[in-house]
Structure formats: C-alpha cells, structure tokens
Design a binder for this molecule. Structure first.
Ligand SMILES: *Cc1c(COP(=O)(O)O)cnc(C)c1O
Length: 381
C-alpha cells in the first residue's frame, strides 16, 4: 500500500493535463455540455457535485480514509446534516455521544425532532450504559474520536462492536483526528464525516465538509445533497484540493507541536492542569496510543488563579490569534466558555467539566520552540 504522504499528492488526480497544466484548473462553469446522461444525477452541473474539481476531491478523500467513495459538501455542518437526513427517517432513533461538536448537538436537539428523529445521548466511556438506551427504532450510533475541548477519547472499539451486535450504522465525525492520525473505517466504522474547514484544508480560508463510506451510502447521500443543494463551490474545491496536498506534513508538525506544548505547560509552575491524550497522565493515554498515529493539534489547559489570569495569558500571547476553529497553519486560542460552549448553563458546564478559565489551544505549524517561548512569556507574573 502507498503511504499517505504520496496519496495526498497523487491519489484521485486526473490523467489528462489540460493544456499541459500541472495543477487541475478551476472549472468555473455552472453547466456542462450534455453528454448523453440517462439520469438527472448524471447531468453535469455544479450543484450535482460532479465537476472535475469535485471528482478529484471525492477520489482523493476516499483513498485517504480508505473508503469506497466520498462526497464533499459546502461545510462540515452540511456533511453532518445531509448524512443524518439520509440515513435516518421519521420515527428513527439515534444514539449520539454526549460531548459532540456544538452545531451537531444543536441540530440534534432543536432540528432533528422536527423531522421525527429521536436522539439519546450516551457517555463514550461507559459502554455498560449503552444497551439500556436501545430501542427497536435505533438505526445509528454517532461519535467523535476525541471530545472538544477536554480531549476525552471514547471507547471507539466498543462503539464498533456495539454497532455490529445491534446492526446499527456506526458514524464518526473524524475532524479532530484527520485521516493522518486515525482511519475509523479500518477498525469497522461505516461512515466518516469531516469538517474539511479544519485539518483537510488547513489554511483557515474556506468552509467545506466531507463524507466517506461505501459506494451505496455515498450514492444515497449524493442524491439527497443534490436536492438539499449544499454543494461546494468550484473555487472552494480548488482551495481544498491545494490544502489537502500538504495535509500529512501539516498534521505531523501539529502533532509534534501540541505534544511539545502539552509537556511544556504540564511542567510550568503557573499551570494547573493540561488535557491532551498524548500525555501519559491522560486517562485514555493507552487507548489513544493504540488507536491514533498522533493526537492532533488541539489541547486545553487551566492556569493557576482565576478567569482574569486566564484572560491575561490570552492577551499577552503574540503568536496565537484569539479565534475559534482549529487545524489551520496558524495557532488559534480560545476560552471555550466564550466561544464553542457559550450556550451552556452553569450546571451543564460543571457536568461537562468545562471551567470558565479553561483555555483551548489549536496549534499551527509554527516552530515548537517559538510557541513554547511565547507561552512562557505570557504566563509570567
Ligand atoms: C467545525 C466542526 C464541524 C462543523 O464544520 P463547519 O465546516 O464549520 O460547518 C463539525 N464537526 C466538528 C468536530 C468540527 O470541529
């Protein structure tokens, strides 16, 4: 098998070089000459997700995740919602992990009910509690490889075994791991989702999503997306294609930087706690080491002191931009209670273990020594 560093460059590329161009040009054409298509979905049209810019991404993403087929979408949320509205119908029940991405949780709690879809949330590290939540209408189980912002690693092998035993579709939003660090289809998941906005594009300049799975499921999702209309624009396809070519280099550097910064912070006298699955002290360190090639670029920590002390660190950092999102080349930093988790009540925050002074770092590809030095000066009295 070829290595992923080669696949990001060569997998899925077209054989023809248009006028000799080394790079696939942007096909900025809404419609294409009729080529004898027998079905609506085979007409060539941007919304039908089948321009050359879409097709190269579909093939490359499928190879990277080890799936039969893939589809790109207008955002990560478009991937999440289009998949769920394809595999679930009125009357169906979904089991969802209790610490998913905020947009996904809000869709499940606010919107899915309007489509007659019922959801129960479960603890990713308590497999014994899952069976009690099963119903005859349960169709799928949905998880993420590590939670945001505390980087809890669910019992992913138990999720796959549970799904097989109860004939559920096993879905994972693999955004936080990226295929460089974890390929869920290899351990038995059925469908992989991505916010390609993050690691896959890697440059914080577009939003995009992706879905990978069997040919059969991707064809069904494509038909639904063709009608829902959340297609990725060809120019965004081009940027995603360009970004994906450096995925392996970027993620390796981010793994290294995050681990280095996690060790640095853990040893720092002004830091109270560090959350990163690559640290030996993390409760799921053994599982993360077994399943993941690296633990990714996101880590969280608490400084000694109060919220004002946390905010002082944020304001003093010179290399980190205070902004949500992750997976880009530049380091981003947030206090989750101000951004991703601002909708939680005090009780919910307490339940989730997210304190007001918790800081989340999404490292970029800067030099690791420079990042640590910047945190060191920001943590000084
Ligand atoms: C960002 C994110 C999403 C949503 O992606 P968008 O591209 O912003 O729509 C979904 N899941 C996870 C885990 C994310 O981090």
């Amino acid at each position: 098998m070829r290595n992923m560093a080669t696949d990001v460059i060569h997998a899925g590329e077209v054989d023809i070089r248009f006028s000799g161009a080394v790079v696939l040009p942007i096909f900025q054409s809404a419609t294409f000459e009729y080529g004898g298509a027998g079905s609506y979905h085979d007409l060539k049209y941007i919304r039908l997700n089948n321009t050359p810019n879409h097709e190269v991404l579909h093939k490359k993403l499928a190879v990277l995740e080890g799936g039969e087929a893939a589809l790109v979408t207008a955002s990560g949320m478009a991937a999440v919602t289009t998949l769920l509205l394809t595999v679930l119908r009125n009357g169906d029940h979904l089991l969802a992990q209790n610490c998913l991405y905020g947009g996904t949780v809000t869709f499940l709690t606010n919107d899915a009910v309007d489509f007659g879809i019922d959801v129960d949330f479960f603890a990713g590290n308590d497999p014994d509690s899952w069976e009690a939540l099963l119903r005859p209408q349960t169709r799928a189980i949905y998880v993420e490889p590590m939670s945001n912002p505390l980087l809890e690693v669910a019992d992913l092998e138990a999720v796959v075994a549970f799904a097989k035993k109860h004939k559920l579709l096993a879905i994972i939003d693999n955004t936080f791991a990226s295929p460089v660090n974890f390929r869920p289809l290899d351990i038995g998941f059925d469908v992989v989702l991505h916010s390609c906005t993050k690691y896959l594009n890697g440059h914080s300049d577009i939003v995009a999503g992706g879905i990978v799975g069997s040919k059969e499921i991707i064809e069904r999702v494509t038909h639904r997306l063709n009608h829902l209309g959340a297609s990725l624009d060809p120019h965004a396809c081009f940027l995603l294609h360009r970004g994906m070519k450096t995925l392996v280099l970027r993620v390796r550097q981010q793994n290294e930087n995050a681990l280095r910064l996690a060790h640095f912070l853990q040893a720092h006298p002004r830091v109270e706690t560090v959350y990163y699955p690559g640290l030996e002290t993390h409760p799921q360190f053994a599982r993360a080491s077994r399943l993941f090639g690296g633990c990714g670029g996101v880590l969280s920590f608490e400084v000694k002191g109060n919220v004002a002390d946390a905010d002082r660190v944020l304001s003093r950092l010179k290399l980190s931009v205070v902004a949500p999102s992750l997976g880009g080349v530049e380091t981003l930093i947030t206090r989750p209670v101000q951004t991703s988790h601002s909708g939680l009540t005090p009780e919910q925050k307490k339940m989730a273990g997210i304190s007001d002074k918790l800081i989340r770092v999404a490292v970029g590809i800067e030099d690791g020594d420079d990042l640590c030095e910047d945190f060191d000066q920001a943590l000084k009295d």
